[in-house]
Write a protein that binds this ligand. Structure first.
Ligand code: GTP
Ligand code: ZN
Length: 294
């Protein structure tokens, strides 16, 4: 039986890309019984019932390597965190939270700095902030039409979700990347500045060079979940060299003496703003934990 990957699901039909093209498939009732809903990104085995009309049934869903809830998509392996240098200014709290989640899920991250036509200089502030994380950054502008070749290279062979606050230009970037796909793009308006709420089913769009990008609505709020305060340090790649070397085992790197993270901070090895937000997140998670157990 042929196997393939679900690229989208609409109204009970799943579109499965195989070596022999795309099949419109229904899911066997057995999945519903197990409350197992096929998702875009799922690797599946199908049976073909009509080769000419390209129709079939999903017979089996392979084990998911990863599943995102919002957007509901399976088996992605990269998240492109999009920020713009202006209109809107970067929400660094959101960006850090997204990066923490990417690290927690062991996905690859890239940072895509958009709208560099609006402020050439500010991109360096962003680059500097994330230099220590080792996350690759790329600067793009659809107005100047620059950076897309480099971005496309970073997407090759991966399944990438674009994430970032409303209005940073995710749809615009996707349109540039997939010039043969047409997607909805917002207008500059108050509506966008305040955040637009659209729900769309996630869809995997195939890249000419191999790999997929996921077309999803942007989200502008985000809660860290299921992270123990002491775990947080592990999701800061720039802390990695110092963790376990502090005077106290279980150092939170906030107020303990003999902290190697803090001395790295003082020596300029760790970005001060990133560290400042680490403290905020740490205290937030501590609070959450206290509430949970009190
Ligand atoms: N100056 C400038 N404007 C841009 C650029 N890229 C996108 N924009 C504009 O920014 C606005 C928002 O772009 P979208 O692509 O809709 O942003 P989005 O991130 O998909 O927004 P949501 O759908 O709300 O999450 C649009 O008016 C775009 O024309 C750019 O490189 N430079
Ligand atoms: Zn420490």
């Amino acid at each position: 039986m042929p196997s393939g990957i679900i690229i989208k699901g609409i109204g009970g039909f799943y579109y499965v890309k195989t070596e022999n093209g795309i099949y419109e498939c229904k899911a066997r009732g057995v999945f519903r019984k197990d409350s197992k809903i096929p998702l875009p990104g799922d690797e599946v085995v199908i049976s073909v019932i009509d080769e000419e009309k390209k129709k079939g049934y999903i017979e089996e869903i392979c084990e998911r390597k990863i599943q995102l809830i919002r957007p509901a998509v399976a088996n992605i392996n990269q998240i492109a965190l999009v920020v713009s240098v202006k209109s809107p200014l970067p929400d660094f709290v959101l960006l850090d939270k997204l990066l923490i989640t990417v690290m927690q899920k062991e996905l690859n991250a890239i940072i895509c700095i958009n709208k560099i036509d609006l402020d050439e200089g500010y991109k360096d502030v962003i680059i500097d902030c994330y230099k220590g994380t080792g996350v690759e950054t790329v600067c793009v502008s659809s107005v100047l039409n620059v950076g897309f070749e480099q971005l496309a290279k970073m997407l090759e062979g991966k399944t990438t979700v674009f994430a970032g606050q409303s209005g940073v230009g995710k749809s615009t970037i996707l349109n540039k990347i997939l010039d043969s796909y047409v997607m909805e793009t917002g207008e500059i308006s108050d509506k966008i500045e305040r955040g637009r709420h659209t729900t769309r089913h996630a869809e995997l769009l195939e890249l000419k060079s191999g790999g997929f990008v996921v077309d999803t609505p942007g989200f502008s709020s985000f809660e860290l979940s299921e992270i123990e305060p002491k775990e947080l340090q592990n999701y800061y790649p720039e802390f990695r060299d110092y963790i376990g070397k502090c005077r106290f085992a279980g150092c939170s790197h906030i107020s303990e003496p003999g902290c190697m993270v803090k001395s790295a901070l003082e020596n300029g090895m760790i970005n001060k703003d990133r560290y400042g937000r680490y403290i905020i997140f740490y205290n937030m998670l501590k609070d959450k934990q206290r509430r949970k157990y009190s």
